[in-house]
Design a binder for this molecule. Structure first.
Ligand SMILES: Nc1ncnc2c1ncn2[C@@H]1O[C@H](COP(=O)(O)OP(=O)(O)OP(=O)(O)O)[C@@H](O)[C@H]1O
Ligand SMILES: Cc1cn([C@H]2C[C@H](O)[C@@H](COP(=O)(O)O)O2)c(=O)[nH]c1=O
Length: 208
Protein backbone atom coordinates (compact mmCIF):
# COMPACT_ATOMS: atom_id res chain seq x y z
CA UNK A 1 0.00 0.00 0.00
CA UNK A 2 1.24 3.52 -0.81
CA UNK A 3 1.68 6.01 2.02
CA UNK A 4 -1.05 8.65 2.09
CA UNK A 5 0.01 12.27 2.45
CA UNK A 6 -2.01 15.16 3.77
CA UNK A 7 -1.36 18.40 1.87
CA UNK A 8 -3.09 21.64 2.84
CA UNK A 9 -3.22 24.74 0.63
CA UNK A 10 -3.42 28.00 2.55
CA UNK A 11 -3.41 31.75 2.09
CA UNK A 12 -5.74 34.71 1.83
CA UNK A 13 -8.57 35.33 -0.61
CA UNK A 14 -7.90 34.84 -4.31
CA UNK A 15 -4.30 33.62 -4.01
CA UNK A 16 -5.09 30.60 -6.20
CA UNK A 17 -5.62 27.77 -3.69
CA UNK A 18 -8.60 26.22 -5.50
CA UNK A 19 -6.89 26.48 -8.89
CA UNK A 20 -3.71 24.89 -7.53
CA UNK A 21 -5.68 22.18 -5.67
CA UNK A 22 -7.21 21.09 -8.97
CA UNK A 23 -3.85 21.10 -10.80
CA UNK A 24 -2.16 19.21 -7.96
CA UNK A 25 -4.92 16.59 -7.70
CA UNK A 26 -4.76 16.01 -11.45
CA UNK A 27 -0.96 15.66 -11.41
CA UNK A 28 -1.07 13.17 -8.53
CA UNK A 29 -3.82 11.11 -10.21
CA UNK A 30 -1.71 10.99 -13.38
CA UNK A 31 0.96 9.31 -11.21
CA UNK A 32 -1.58 6.61 -10.29
CA UNK A 33 -2.24 7.86 -6.76
CA UNK A 34 -5.66 7.93 -5.14
CA UNK A 35 -6.44 11.56 -4.37
CA UNK A 36 -9.18 12.99 -2.17
CA UNK A 37 -9.63 16.65 -3.06
CA UNK A 38 -11.53 18.53 -0.41
CA UNK A 39 -11.97 21.95 1.20
CA UNK A 40 -12.68 23.76 4.44
CA UNK A 41 -15.07 24.66 5.73
CA UNK A 42 -16.75 21.69 4.06
CA UNK A 43 -15.92 18.27 2.68
CA UNK A 44 -18.70 16.40 4.47
CA UNK A 45 -22.45 17.01 4.55
CA UNK A 46 -22.30 18.34 8.10
CA UNK A 47 -19.32 20.58 7.44
CA UNK A 48 -20.90 21.95 4.25
CA UNK A 49 -24.00 22.83 6.30
CA UNK A 50 -21.77 24.73 8.74
CA UNK A 51 -20.11 26.45 5.75
CA UNK A 52 -23.49 27.80 4.66
CA UNK A 53 -24.16 29.00 8.23
CA UNK A 54 -20.83 30.70 8.76
CA UNK A 55 -20.24 32.21 5.31
CA UNK A 56 -23.83 33.00 4.27
CA UNK A 57 -24.76 36.65 4.42
CA UNK A 58 -28.24 36.26 5.97
CA UNK A 59 -28.83 37.34 9.57
CA UNK A 60 -26.56 39.18 11.98
CA UNK A 61 -23.50 36.94 11.66
CA UNK A 62 -21.35 35.46 14.40
CA UNK A 63 -19.06 36.76 17.11
CA UNK A 64 -15.39 35.78 16.86
CA UNK A 65 -15.69 32.98 19.45
CA UNK A 66 -18.83 31.43 17.96
CA UNK A 67 -17.21 31.63 14.52
CA UNK A 68 -14.07 29.84 15.76
CA UNK A 69 -16.21 27.10 17.33
CA UNK A 70 -18.17 26.63 14.11
CA UNK A 71 -14.98 26.23 12.05
CA UNK A 72 -13.57 23.79 14.62
CA UNK A 73 -16.81 21.76 14.59
CA UNK A 74 -16.83 21.61 10.79
CA UNK A 75 -13.18 20.51 10.85
CA UNK A 76 -13.86 17.81 13.46
CA UNK A 77 -16.52 16.21 11.23
CA UNK A 78 -14.32 16.56 8.14
CA UNK A 79 -11.31 14.98 9.86
CA UNK A 80 -13.26 12.11 11.40
CA UNK A 81 -15.43 11.17 8.43
CA UNK A 82 -13.28 12.01 5.40
CA UNK A 83 -9.63 12.87 6.06
CA UNK A 84 -8.55 10.20 8.56
CA UNK A 85 -10.23 7.32 6.66
CA UNK A 86 -8.62 8.50 3.38
CA UNK A 87 -5.15 8.67 4.93
CA UNK A 88 -5.65 5.27 6.58
CA UNK A 89 -6.26 3.61 3.21
CA UNK A 90 -3.20 5.28 1.67
CA UNK A 91 -4.88 8.10 -0.30
CA UNK A 92 -3.42 11.57 -0.72
CA UNK A 93 -5.62 14.30 0.73
CA UNK A 94 -5.44 17.69 -1.00
CA UNK A 95 -7.26 20.13 1.25
CA UNK A 96 -8.12 23.73 0.32
CA UNK A 97 -7.60 25.39 3.75
CA UNK A 98 -7.21 23.71 7.15
CA UNK A 99 -6.23 24.67 10.71
CA UNK A 100 -3.89 27.50 9.71
CA UNK A 101 -6.88 29.37 8.22
CA UNK A 102 -8.51 29.36 11.67
CA UNK A 103 -5.25 30.57 13.21
CA UNK A 104 -4.87 33.34 10.61
CA UNK A 105 -8.52 34.51 10.32
CA UNK A 106 -10.03 33.92 13.77
CA UNK A 107 -6.62 34.49 15.41
CA UNK A 108 -4.65 37.07 13.38
CA UNK A 109 -7.73 38.70 11.83
CA UNK A 110 -10.26 38.58 14.69
CA UNK A 111 -7.92 38.59 17.69
CA UNK A 112 -8.49 35.19 19.37
CA UNK A 113 -5.37 33.71 20.92
CA UNK A 114 -3.41 31.07 19.05
CA UNK A 115 -3.53 28.89 22.18
CA UNK A 116 -7.35 28.96 22.12
CA UNK A 117 -7.53 28.04 18.42
CA UNK A 118 -5.09 25.18 18.94
CA UNK A 119 -7.06 24.00 21.98
CA UNK A 120 -10.26 23.84 19.90
CA UNK A 121 -8.31 21.83 17.31
CA UNK A 122 -6.97 19.47 19.98
CA UNK A 123 -10.50 18.80 21.22
CA UNK A 124 -12.22 18.64 17.83
CA UNK A 125 -9.64 16.92 15.64
CA UNK A 126 -7.15 15.45 18.11
CA UNK A 127 -4.58 17.90 16.79
CA UNK A 128 -4.23 16.39 13.30
CA UNK A 129 -1.79 18.40 11.18
CA UNK A 130 -1.03 18.22 7.44
CA UNK A 131 2.25 16.64 6.37
CA UNK A 132 2.90 19.83 4.39
CA UNK A 133 1.14 23.17 4.15
CA UNK A 134 1.60 25.13 0.94
CA UNK A 135 1.23 28.83 1.72
CA UNK A 136 0.39 30.88 -1.38
CA UNK A 137 1.42 34.52 -1.21
CA UNK A 138 0.29 37.09 -3.77
CA UNK A 139 0.42 40.90 -3.71
CA UNK A 140 -2.93 42.41 -2.64
CA UNK A 141 -3.32 44.44 -5.85
CA UNK A 142 -3.14 41.20 -7.88
CA UNK A 143 -5.68 39.35 -5.70
CA UNK A 144 -7.98 42.39 -5.78
CA UNK A 145 -8.03 42.27 -9.59
CA UNK A 146 -8.62 38.49 -9.60
CA UNK A 147 -11.47 38.75 -7.08
CA UNK A 148 -13.11 41.67 -8.88
CA UNK A 149 -13.27 39.47 -11.99
CA UNK A 150 -14.42 36.34 -10.10
CA UNK A 151 -16.83 37.68 -7.46
CA UNK A 152 -19.06 39.84 -9.64
CA UNK A 153 -22.05 38.88 -7.43
CA UNK A 154 -20.25 39.94 -4.23
CA UNK A 155 -18.14 38.10 -1.65
CA UNK A 156 -19.03 35.91 1.33
CA UNK A 157 -19.28 37.16 4.92
CA UNK A 158 -15.57 36.79 5.69
CA UNK A 159 -14.15 37.58 2.24
CA UNK A 160 -16.05 40.88 2.39
CA UNK A 161 -14.25 42.10 5.53
CA UNK A 162 -12.11 45.26 5.20
CA UNK A 163 -8.60 45.37 3.73
CA UNK A 164 -6.95 45.83 7.14
CA UNK A 165 -8.54 42.56 8.35
CA UNK A 166 -7.13 40.71 5.32
CA UNK A 167 -3.73 42.36 5.81
CA UNK A 168 -3.62 40.97 9.37
CA UNK A 169 -4.59 37.53 8.02
CA UNK A 170 -1.75 37.63 5.45
CA UNK A 171 0.75 38.77 8.11
CA UNK A 172 -0.36 35.97 10.44
CA UNK A 173 0.10 33.32 7.73
CA UNK A 174 3.59 34.67 7.00
CA UNK A 175 4.50 34.59 10.70
CA UNK A 176 3.34 30.96 11.08
CA UNK A 177 5.37 29.89 8.02
CA UNK A 178 8.42 31.69 9.34
CA UNK A 179 8.05 30.07 12.77
CA UNK A 180 7.64 26.52 11.40
CA UNK A 181 9.61 26.29 8.14
CA UNK A 182 9.62 22.46 8.29
CA UNK A 183 5.80 22.38 8.17
CA UNK A 184 5.29 25.04 5.45
CA UNK A 185 6.40 25.63 1.87
CA UNK A 186 5.97 29.27 0.85
CA UNK A 187 4.86 29.62 -2.76
CA UNK A 188 4.92 32.89 -4.70
CA UNK A 189 1.52 32.71 -6.41
CA UNK A 190 1.57 35.85 -8.56
CA UNK A 191 2.73 34.17 -11.80
CA UNK A 192 0.74 32.19 -14.35
CA UNK A 193 -1.15 29.18 -12.94
CA UNK A 194 1.08 26.61 -14.71
CA UNK A 195 4.21 28.34 -13.44
CA UNK A 196 2.88 28.27 -9.86
CA UNK A 197 1.96 24.60 -10.31
CA UNK A 198 5.59 23.77 -11.19
CA UNK A 199 6.69 25.36 -7.91
CA UNK A 200 4.12 23.25 -6.05
CA UNK A 201 5.37 20.05 -7.69
CA UNK A 202 8.96 21.00 -6.83
CA UNK A 203 7.95 21.36 -3.17
CA UNK A 204 6.45 17.85 -3.24
CA UNK A 205 9.27 16.26 -5.26
CA UNK A 206 10.85 14.46 -2.26
CA UNK A 207 7.66 12.38 -1.88
CA UNK A 208 7.09 11.60 -5.57
N1 LIG B 1 -1.97 32.11 -11.29
C1 LIG B 1 -3.09 32.74 -11.63
N2 LIG B 1 -3.07 33.75 -12.52
C2 LIG B 1 -4.20 34.42 -12.86
N3 LIG B 1 -5.42 34.15 -12.35
C3 LIG B 1 -5.50 33.16 -11.46
C4 LIG B 1 -4.36 32.41 -11.05
N4 LIG B 1 -4.75 31.49 -10.14
C5 LIG B 1 -6.08 31.65 -9.98
N5 LIG B 1 -6.54 32.64 -10.79
C6 LIG B 1 -7.92 33.15 -10.88
O1 LIG B 1 -8.11 33.98 -9.73
C7 LIG B 1 -9.37 33.72 -9.13
C8 LIG B 1 -9.14 33.21 -7.71
O2 LIG B 1 -8.48 31.95 -7.80
P1 LIG B 1 -8.88 30.75 -6.84
O3 LIG B 1 -10.37 30.63 -6.74
O4 LIG B 1 -8.10 29.57 -7.28
O5 LIG B 1 -8.29 31.33 -5.49
P2 LIG B 1 -8.57 30.91 -3.97
O6 LIG B 1 -7.31 31.17 -3.25
O7 LIG B 1 -9.12 29.53 -3.92
O8 LIG B 1 -9.68 31.99 -3.56
P3 LIG B 1 -10.72 32.01 -2.32
O9 LIG B 1 -10.03 31.61 -1.09
O10 LIG B 1 -11.16 33.44 -2.31
O11 LIG B 1 -11.84 31.07 -2.71
C9 LIG B 1 -10.08 32.71 -10.02
O12 LIG B 1 -10.92 33.43 -10.93
C10 LIG B 1 -8.94 32.02 -10.78
O13 LIG B 1 -9.34 31.57 -12.05
C1 LIG C 1 -11.25 27.06 6.99
C2 LIG C 1 -11.49 28.46 7.40
C3 LIG C 1 -11.94 29.39 6.49
N1 LIG C 1 -12.13 30.67 6.86
C4 LIG C 1 -12.64 31.63 5.86
C5 LIG C 1 -11.66 32.00 4.78
C6 LIG C 1 -12.56 32.36 3.62
O1 LIG C 1 -12.96 33.73 3.78
C7 LIG C 1 -13.75 31.46 3.82
C8 LIG C 1 -13.71 30.21 2.95
O2 LIG C 1 -13.92 30.59 1.64
P1 LIG C 1 -13.11 29.91 0.40
O3 LIG C 1 -13.63 30.63 -0.80
O4 LIG C 1 -13.46 28.46 0.41
O5 LIG C 1 -11.65 30.14 0.61
O6 LIG C 1 -13.74 31.06 5.18
C9 LIG C 1 -11.91 31.06 8.15
O7 LIG C 1 -12.12 32.23 8.50
N2 LIG C 1 -11.47 30.15 9.06
C10 LIG C 1 -11.26 28.86 8.74
O8 LIG C 1 -10.83 28.04 9.61
Amino acid sequence: MTIGRFIALEGGEGVGKSTQSRLLAQALRERGLEVVMTREPGGTAGAEAIRALVLGTDGEGWGARAEALLFAAARADHVERLIRPALARGAWVVCDRFLDSSRAYQGGGSGLSDADIRQLHAIGSEGLLPDLTLLFEVAPEITAARLAARDVDGSDRIGGRPADYHARVAAAFAAYAQAEPERFARIQGGGAAEEVHHTVMAALAPWL
